[in-house]
Structures are given as structure tokens and as C-alpha cells.
Write a protein that binds this ligand. Structure first.
Ligand SMILES: *[C@@H]1O[C@H](CO)[C@@H](O)[C@H](O)[C@H]1NC(C)=O
Ligand SMILES: *[C@@H]1O[C@H](CO)[C@@H](O)[C@H](O)[C@H]1NC(C)=O
Ligand SMILES: *[C@@H]1O[C@H](CO)[C@@H](O)[C@H](O)[C@H]1NC(C)=O
Ligand SMILES: *[C@@H]1O[C@H](CO)[C@@H](O)[C@H](O)[C@H]1NC(C)=O
Ligand SMILES: *[C@@H]1O[C@H](CO)[C@@H](O)[C@H](O)[C@H]1NC(C)=O
Length: 507
């Protein structure tokens, strides 16, 4: 979501003052093998992908790892060190496979200037150990006194002046509580680099401003994303160099269009669907089909313990997708497609149809733009609802996690704007949450109108959600106030998960 931006109002000022760039690009380390912007992800069954950036191309990115920090016995390498026009850095990815499940590993990125970190390897599909994930969407870069201020535009030019202690923010709270969750899901709208134009001091060099916001954001995230898998999907702010309806229309340089940073950073990190462990022949055919139709980082899936997670792309690649080129796209972001016609929808269908609930009873869907929201017609993605909702009901998605609207919301299970008559007690329809209040330059969105099937909505402070999978039949959603850690709302969904394969006819 975005206010109308008027670049024109800054131009005369710049001309008059001859203002020079006041852009805080992070310093380039003397040792250019120094890893920055570290991030890890679940890369496949028993697999973690380690990603990081460097200020030089690496011939052979390597990671040493082991079960004790003193004995980093194994080494994995790749030749994957890629950049794109306008970027100052190279993005490196190394895959660590054949890991023991649910085990702490230590790792050191190959460099003459790196330190030892650790991660917890993925739980095996079918494991019934309870676990918790954190859901944050629409995060944005942070500053000491809050870039993420509700409406005080005078503070917005503090964007490039980042204080590293990350106080009073969602990133700070995620760092504080890092032992409380297994991984983070962040379904789009990462740094808000496309909003450089709201910061007067950045307008002098938009290209550099965009890169500086990206670099600072991913440096801020590194203490979390370098330790906990950071699982992502696309959002509108990741598409292009300027947010929609920018006036005058600027043409973005090559490198700042069509989700380029998102693809460069996360394309090699997100997993292909895992081969099913089901013995059911139809499930196996659908699982193979889903593997061939996935298009990470745009749409993909993975299994983790009791849960099958699927990420969809609400930005491009379906009828009237908002970020697609005109005439289909409505927000002038000219992006995609990232698959052939209907590839995403065929993927979702095959992927959901492959889920054997005896192995992974829970199905959780991640996306960016919602259609279940208190925000009013402007924030409802009508074309998303038309494309995805029936598939989600048919294959029994249990919980859907969205953002885009900048606040916290929890719905009762609902289909076609009608609450499921079973409520939270074994409904057929999915329950929806919006975890879009993480904080960013646009600030919080008002709570909106009271929708009968949305019992909780909160926009007084920045927040995020945790989802705890308690057992095969119960999951708990908590909303957390970022500044204090207090639980704002808590709810438990019960599902009997009686069917091995769920196929339901919508009402
Ligand atoms: C080594 O890494 C640290 C931490 O990232 C950085 O501050 C320092 O500048 C690096 N040293 C050199 C010589 O590049
Ligand atoms: C900010 O940091 C200081 C010092 O670490 C701490 O005392 C204070 O509680 C923090 N404030 C918030 C709102 O997190
Ligand atoms: C965006 O990138 C995809 C994948 O490379 C490509 O197929 C598509 O044509 C690009 N879209 C635009 C508008 O450049
Ligand atoms: C939703 O409900 C309306 C009537 O309220 C109906 O016309 C429409 O077909 C329904 N849509 C779906 C996808 O079931
Ligand atoms: C809407 O109103 C109902 C009934 O007064 C209340 O229980 C519910 O919490 C309200 N929802 C929101 C999001 O304010």
C-alpha cells in the first residue's frame, strides 16, 4: 500500500541547493571476502542453503560445518556467486545436504574474515514434535528512533542513519526471542527500497539510494536470518524501483525492475517441493508434478515436521495479477510472468493434492495480498480471491498467512466472505491472519471496519505473529507486540484431520 508520491516537489529544491548525495551506503570492508547480509533457508529435505553477499565475486564460495564449533569437519562449496546491474555486491549460495534432522550445526562461511555461527537443521516431515514459527510481513529498514513511525513524515529522512542496536522494533524483538521459533516466514515487502523518494536526502541519487536501503536492511536482518531459516515470497514493494502511481513516472534502471534483487538474493535459496513420502500413487504423481511446476522464490513449498507449507505469488502469474504488465496489472509494476500461463495455479493444485495428512496433517499457505481483511475494498485483492480461494478450500488449507495491510488481524475460518459454521472447532474453510504490522516507512494502517468474521484487529503499535503447531490437531496463533513482547491475542484452531487426502466441494 502506498501514498501518492510526488517526486516533482523535490526537484526544484535540489536544483536550487545543488544538494549532494547524502546516502549511507554501508562501508566496504577492506577484506572483500567478508560476508555481509547473511541468510539461510530450508533448501530441501535435510538441507539448509547458506546465502551471503560479498563485495567481490567469489570463484568458489564455501562453507565449513560440523556438530561442534571446534570441529567444522565438513565443507560444501559451489560456483554460485552472482550479481546484477546496479548492485555493489555478489550473492553467494552454498547447499548443505544430508543433515541430521532437528540438530544444531555450527558453520563458518569461507572467508579470511568470518566467524562461526549456528543453525538448527530442519525437522523431518512427519515428526510430531511441537514447534513455533514467526510470521512477519511488510518489515522495512529500521533506524534507532524508528523509521517505522506511524505518520510523522518529518522523521522519515532518518532512513539512511541506521543505528545498529535496532532498538524498539520488530527486528529487535525477533532477535530477543530468537530461541522461541524455528524459522521465520516473510511473505514479501522486505526493505521498502522502492520508497527512497520519500526521503528528501535520497532523491539526489535514486539508484544508489535503492541499493543502500537494500544493503542496510539485509545487514540488519543478518543476526536473525543468518541463524534461522528465512523463508520468503514476493510482495509488491520488491518488484520495481518505485512504488505504484509514482508521479512523474520514473523509468527504473536495469537491475531495479521485475523483482531482480528478490530473484538474485532468494532464487537459489527457496526450495523445490519435497518428494512426498506417501505411498499413495496419485499423491506421488501430484508430488512430481508440483516439483516440475514450482518456481522458487515466487511459488514453492516444503515440509517441516507436522506441516506442509506452500508459498503463493499474489503479485503476478494469474488473471489480473496486480503487478503484471498492463493491461492485466493494475499497479504499474510491469513484472513477471515467472512461469507459463497457469503454471502457478497448476502448481498449487498439484502441490495441495499431493499432501498426505497422515504424514503432514497441517497445511499452511503463505501469501502477500489478502482478501480477508477489515481494510475495506481498497485493500482486498479481488483477483487473488478469484484465483486462489476455491483451490484453498477444495484442498483443505488450514491456515493462511498474509500481509500487505499494515496491521495485525485474525479471522475465523471463512470462505467466500461467509464464516464457517464450525468456527474454530474443525472447520472446513481456512483461517486467515494478517501479520503486516511489522513496521515500515508507510507506518501502520488503521484497523478499518468491523467485519463479523474478524474478531481481532490491532494497529496501535508494531507487531508480528507466532504460529505454534501443538500437535496433529491443534495450532495456536499469537500476535506479539514488538516493542514489549506482550501477547496481544491468542487463539487455538482445532482440526480433526480425519481424511488422508482432503478434497472438499465448496458450499
Ligand atoms: C572483518 O569483518 C568485520 C565484521 O563484519 C568488519 O567490521 C571488518 O571491517 C572486517 N575487516 C576487514 C579487514 O575487512
Ligand atoms: C532500548 O534499549 C535499552 C538499552 O538496551 C533498553 O533499556 C530499553 O528497554 C529498550 N527499549 C525498548 C522499547 O525496547
Ligand atoms: C521478468 O522476468 C521473467 C523471468 O526472467 C521474464 O520471463 C519476464 O519476461 C520479465 N518481465 C518483464 C516485464 O521484463
Ligand atoms: C460466492 O457467493 C456468491 C453469492 O453470495 C456467489 O454468487 C458466488 O458464486 C460465490 N463464489 C464462489 C467462488 O463460490
Ligand atoms: C467487532 O465487534 C464485535 C462485537 O462487538 C467484537 O466482539 C469484535 O471484537 C469486533 N472486532 C474488531 C476487529 O474490532
Amino acid at each position: 500500500m502506498a501514498p501518492l508520491l510526488i517526486l516533482a516537489k523535490w526537484l526544484p529544491v535540489l536544483v536550487a541547493t545543488g544538494a549532494l548525495a547524502d546516502i549511507n551506503l554501508p562501508p566496504i570492508p577492506k577484506d572483500r571476502t567478508t560476508p555481509v547480509q547473511q541468510r539461510i533457508a530450508i533448501g530441501g529435505p535435510n538441507t539448509i542453503n547458506i546465502g551471503w553477499s560479498t563485495f567481490e565475486k567469489l570463484d568458489r564460495p564455501c562453507v565449513q560445518y560440523g556438530l561442534l564449533p571446534e570441529f567444522l569437519f565438513w565443507e560444501a562449496c559451489s560456483d554460485s556467486s552472482l550479481t546484477y546491474p546496479t548492485s555493489r555486491t555478489y550473492s553467494n549460495v552454498v547447499t548443505l545436504g544430508h543433515l541430521l534432522p532437528a540438530t544444531t550445526y555450527y558453520y563458518k562461511i569461507g572467508s579470511t574474515n568470518s566467524s562461526i555461527e549456528h543453525f538448527f537443521s530442519p525437522r523431518e516431515a512427519g515428526s510430531e514434535e511441537p514447534f513455533t514459527i514467526a510470521a512477519v510481513i511488510d518489515m522495512g529498514v529500521y533506524g534507532a528512533d524508528g523509521l517505522t513511525i506511524p505518520s510523522d513524515a518529518t522523521k522519515r529522512d532518518t532512513i539512511p542513519k541506521i543505528d545498529p542496536d535496532l532498538n524498539h522494533t520488530t527486528i529487535w524483538q525477533l532477535a530477543q526471542s530468537i530461541n522461541d521459533y524455528d524459522f521465520v516466514t516473510h511473505n514479501g515487502d522486505f526493505a521498502y527500497a522502492d520508497q527512497w523518494a520519500e526521503v528528501p536526502s535520497l532523491v539526489s541519487d535514486p539508484v544508489e539510494a535503492y541499493e543502500s536501503i537494500l544493503e542496510q536492511f539485509y545487514d540488519q536482518l543478518a543476526p536473525i536470518a543468518g541463524r534461522k531459516a528465512y523463508m520468503v515470497g514476493p510482495g509488491n514493494h520488491d518488484a520495481d524501483c518505485t512504488e505504484n502511481n509514482f508521479t512523474p513516472d520514473v523509468s527504473c534502471p536495469v537491475g531495479q525492475t521485475n523483482f531482480t534483487d528478490f530473484v538474485n538474493r532468494f532464487g537459489r535459496m527457496m526450495p523445490k517441493p519435497f518428494p512426498t513420502r506417501s505411498l499413495n500413487p496419485t499423491a506421488r504423481i501430484n508430488s512430481e508434478k508440483a516439483m516440475s511446476l514450482a518456481s522458487p522464490p515466487f511459488w514453492h513449498s516444503f515440509d517441516y515436521g507436522m506441516v506442509h507449507f506452500i508459498t503463493i505469488n499474489t503479485e503476478t502469474d494469474f488473471a489480473n495479477a496486480p503487478d503484471a504488465p498492463v493491461p492485466g496489472g493494475s499497479v504499474n509494476l510491469d513484472s513477471g510472468p515467472f512461469g507459463f500461463a497457469n503454471q502457478q495455479l497448476e502448481f498449487i493444485k498439484a502441490d495441495l493434492a499431493s499432501v498426505d495428512r497422515r504424514i503432514t496433517p497441517w497445511v499452511v499457505l503463505n501469501g502477500h495480498r489478502p482478501w480477508v481483511t477489515t481494510g475495506g475494498s481498497g485493500s482486498i485483492c479481488v483477483s487473488c480471491q478469484a484465483a486462489f480461494e476455491t483451490l484453498m478450500y477444495t484442498y483443505g488449507v488450514d491456515l493462511a498467512i498474509f500481509g500487505h495491510v499494515h496491521n495485525a488481524q485474525r479471522s475465523l475460518p471463512v470462505f467466500n466472505n461467509t464464516a464457517d459454521s464450525n468456527g474454530m472447532n474443525d472447520p472446513k474453510a481456512p483461517m486467515y491472519i494478517i501479520a503486516g504490522g511489522a513496521g515500515n516507512i508507510e507506518g501502520l494502517a488503521a484497523v478499518g471496519s468491523n467485519v463479523s468474521f474478524i474478531p481481532f484487529a490491532y494497529a496501535d503499535d508494531f507487531s508480528f505473529a507466532t504460529v505454534s503447531f501443538l500437535d496433529r490437531n491443534h495450532l495456536r496463533v499469537n500476535f506479539i507486540r514488538s516493542s514489549t513482547g506482550e501477547v496481544l491475542d491468542s487463539s487455538v484452531l482445532y482440526k480433526s484431520h480425519r481424511e488422508q487426502f482432503v478434497v472438499q466441494t465448496p458450499p
